[in-house]
Write a protein that binds this ligand. Structure first.
Ligand SMILES: Nc1nc2c(ncn2[C@@H]2O[C@H](COP(=O)(O)OP(=O)(O)OP(=O)(O)O)[C@@H](O)[C@H]2O)c(=O)[nH]1
Ligand SMILES: [Mg+2]
Length: 527
């Protein structure tokens, strides 16, 4: 049999070294030949698969070139993820809907953290002796953790601090306008403080078990991996956690959640049992503990500590603690407002896609929501070179706050420094730039409460301490940073925002979308 006749003719010359190398061995047996042909066929299939993948990748890349890439940048807690949720609500409401239930774990975690924070502050209060206790004496007194006020200086360079320390040390205390009122009179021989102490100890004991769950929730949210450089608490989530939680829930539903009754009160579900068991346990315990948390939250001592700013809860604590009956109810489903107020740090960079229809043209937008803590900022850079637009989010309510990562740095100072770096970065010089001066609702509240900007930022001087003057003052500093780092004469689009406010934020998003899209069409030379 002349098998050689059936060989595929070589495209290489007989002298070609490759042909020589690939030439079958001279004394090849039938079995060897079959094995060799099988190997060659396999290799060909793999090679074709790789070629196809490369082709698809090229196609994808080509397609992605025409997509809009929008980065949300800013320090931690500035409101980037909240803004991303508003985009999601506007352009992909179905996906937010499917994630809705998975937000329970974050909201429960936020509630438990707040309760824990209240109790740990009360522990310190309990140690103060009566004579020096301002809560019982109604005297003004300095607050622990006092910091030096800062002065916005005139030197916006990428590295220098934009806020330099002032000389005066100032108390952060405001005189309490609240009088401590006991709910019932002390028993014979008992002082008001003793009575309060007894009430708090009682609540502390009753809440011990519930608070034990906080650590488990944190562990679950973190995925068991502690985050370095992510600031206070270090509880963060990586991209796609909601989808994983939803997947987990539907798996549970599919399998009938057989062992639900197994984890008794007081023992938390272990990691292997899935996310639902833990969340359901916490939900049940919250339902049981609602009255105790309510009592703690409305306790005169807690109210007084808040009024005198000795207890400084997180911004979102009040939102949840004021609505405990609803949140602790057994059938609780987070509302959209709850989701917008829920707080969990972002780790790394989370990419979200939306198809945006504008003037009859559908364009895919990639929204990159980054972790803003100092230890996270290095992960932004790989996304700079093909970004089309940036929304820089700066919380201007933060004039009295300091970074969790560095308690000496005023948060407005940090925002100004970061904005300087973004404006002056050569990789970003052609990027469409939008500035959100965010958290204006909280700024209004602080000013209405009588907080003085000058107390924290000395260069504010004797300007009127009203909302408009404060906003103008901060806006002027951001505009100055932009002007001094604007060789390309690019426009800066500025908006005053409160991104938890859906109505106004969505109208601003529409505005931003149009301006980004105009720039995009021009650069893509489509108009
Ligand atoms: N009242 C109010 N709260 C806001 C506003 N913007 C954001 N928040 C809240 O501030 C908290 C922090 O917001 P996030 O969106 O998580 O902050 P982030 O910039 O993503 O923070 P990182 O992920 O750590 O970088 C959340 O509880 C939000 O609900 C606002 O304009 N007003
Ligand atoms: Mg975030």
């Amino acid at each position: 049999m002349l098998r050689a006749q059936h060989r595929t003719p070589s495209i290489y010359s007989q002298d070609d070294p490759l042909t020589l190398a690939l030439r079958p061995p001279p004394q090849e047996t039938d079995a060897e030949r079959r094995a060799r042909l099988q190997r060659e066929a396999n290799a060909k299939r793999i090679s074709e698969k790789i070629d196809e993948e490369l082709r698809q990748e090229r196609e994808k890349l080509k397609k992605r070139k025409s997509d809009v890439k929008l980065l949300l940048l800013g320090q931690s807690e500035s409101g980037k993820s909240t803004l991303q949720k508003q985009f999601q609500l506007m352009y992909s409401p179905g996906s937010l809907e499917s994630e809705r239930i998975s937000w329970r774990i974050v909201i429960y975690f936020n509630v438990l953290r707040s309760v824990k924070q209240i109790l740990s502050t009360l522990e310190v209060w309990g140690d103060i002796d009566d004579e020096n206790d301002p809560l019982l004496q109604e005297e003004d007194s300095p607050v622990p953790g006092l910091r030096t006020p800062v002065s916005i200086a005139n030197q916006p360079s990428p590295t220098a601090s934009l806020l330099t320390p002032g000389s005066r040390r100032t108390s952060q205390t405001t005189r309490s306008s609240h009088t401590v009122v006991a709910e019932s009179s002390p028993k014979a021989g008992e002082t008001t403080k003793e009575k309060y102490k007894a009430e708090i100890s009682y609540l502390r004991i009753r809440l011990t078990l519930l608070l034990g769950a906080e650590e488990h929730l944190a562990h679950r949210l973190n995925g068991g991996v502690p985050a370095a450089g992510s600031g206070k608490g270090g509880v963060y989530v990586r991209s796609g956690w909601q989808a994983r939680a939803v997947e987990n829930s539907s798996l549970k539903a599919q399998w009938g959640d057989k062992d639900r009754g197994g984890s008794g009160r007081g023992s938390f579900a272990t990691e292997d049992e899935g996310m639902d068991d833990l969340v359901e346990d916490v939900a049940t315990m919250l339902d049981y503990s609602e009255k105790d948390i309510q009592q703690l939250w409305s306790h005169p001592i807690v109210k007084s500590l808040i009024a005198t700013r000795k207890l400084r809860l997180e911004e979102w604590s009040e939102f949840f603690l004021n609505d405990l009956v609803r949140i602790t109810s057994r059938n609780y489903v987070p509302s959209t407002d709850d989701i917008l107020h829920a707080r969990i740090q972002t780790m790394g960079v989370a990419e979200h896609f939306f198809d945006v229809n504008i003037h009859g043209k559908a364009v895919t937008w990639h929204l990159f929501d980054v972790g803003g803590a100092r230890g996270q900022r290095h992960s932004w850079v790989p996304y700079f070179d093909d970004a089309n637009a940036i929304i820089f989010v700066a919380p201007i309510s933060a004039f009295d706050q300091y970074l969790d990562e560095d308690s000496r740095t005023n948060r407005i100072d940090d925002s100004l420094q970061l904005f300087t770096q973004i404006c002056s970065n050569p990789l970003l010089k052609n990027v469409h730039l939008v500035l959100f001066l965010n958290k204006i609702d909280l700024l209004k509240k602080k000013i209405d409460k009588g907080m003085k900007v000058q107390r924290y930022i000395t260069s504010f001087g004797n300007r009127p301490n009203d909302f408009e003057s404060v906003v103008n003052y901060f806006r002027a500093h951001f505009l100055q940073v932009h002007r001094r780092n604007n060789e390309n004469k690019r426009v800066l689009y500025t908006h005053l925002t409160s991104v938890v406010d859906t109505k106004t934020t969505q109208s601003i998003i529409g505005n931003v979308r149009d301006s980004i899209f105009r720039g995009y069409l021009q650069s893509a030379a489509l108009v």
